[in-house]
Design a protein around this ligand. Sequence first.
Ligand code: ADP
Length: 329
Amino acid sequence: MNPAIETRDLVKTYKSAYPRGGTPVKALDRLTFSVEEGTIFGLLGPNGAGKSTTMKILTTLSRPDSGQALVAGIDVQAQPDTVRRMIGYIAQKSGVDPESTGRENLTLQGQLHGLRGADLSKRVDELLDRFQLKDSAERPARGYSGGMQRKLDIALGLIHRPKVLFLDEPTTGLDPEARSNLWMLISTLAESGLTILLTTHYLEEADRLSERIAIVDRGRVVAEGEPVSLKGELKGDSVQVVFAEIQDAPRVKAALAQVAGIRDLVVDDKILRARADQAATAVAPILAALDAGGLKVVSVHLAQPSLDDVYLHHTGRSFASAEAQGASK
Ligand code: ADP
């Protein structure tokens, strides 16, 4: 059976927009992953990792410099029209017309896809129901909450019963309640055989929603698998130490040099992250070593490894610092 989505060695370089003649940006650097039919797959990475560029190529909106992208076994560059008919794409920017009602938005979208008459009105009702928008169906979308607008956006992308749905950062900008409500809805969509590829820079979102993820960093997949397996591959527990003041990484590393069983250590400003074998017993020697090095500690936190630790393990940087770097580019 063909995977529902496949990318093979995608490369994409953008010419520098500013300054003119500046260094080109390699957004994708042989990006490769595949998604099984009927599953939710998360592309997780910090800002600037190349997620949206990948989405744009898969949805035929952009072309790679080299490499191949396939949807349901069809090459997106060779047969873009066929691919477009099979997919739904929900971009970060809303496609909802705020002056039209929810029902009007869906009806128009259906007409654009060639649906008519009873078939169309049945599909519109189905989607209003499924996305809990029935009671607001006759109100202009401008009065909808952020969460409701997002749901309407996803419903618009599903009107023509696509086989594959692309969701670019589906919950960015939503409050926590709206986010978890949307997570629930998205997780039920794959039950009907729909394949979903979502991009996110929220570690928790990738963890909660995706059966499998690919961690993307600087245009490459650095790890791929089930979130639980990726976390399970890491040895030891996660240790986080908060210092009273911003600290230099070399000074912290020097202080801990003699403490055994510490790995993947990074320091971002006031926070040290690392993993330690038997963290509960490692805490005392860690604190003693930091104290001996004159480093004042405010708090220590132990946890099971998270996707944050997986990212750190594969890239050598914390997700938060990569996000800050991406955003400041
Ligand atoms: P993500 O979606 O993971 O945040 P993107 O795919 O948007 O990442 O961007 C990947 C890299 O390509 C970034 O360094 C970004 O600045 C750059 N980039 C994206 N689009 C363009 C463009 N149209 N022109 C120039 N550079 C771009």
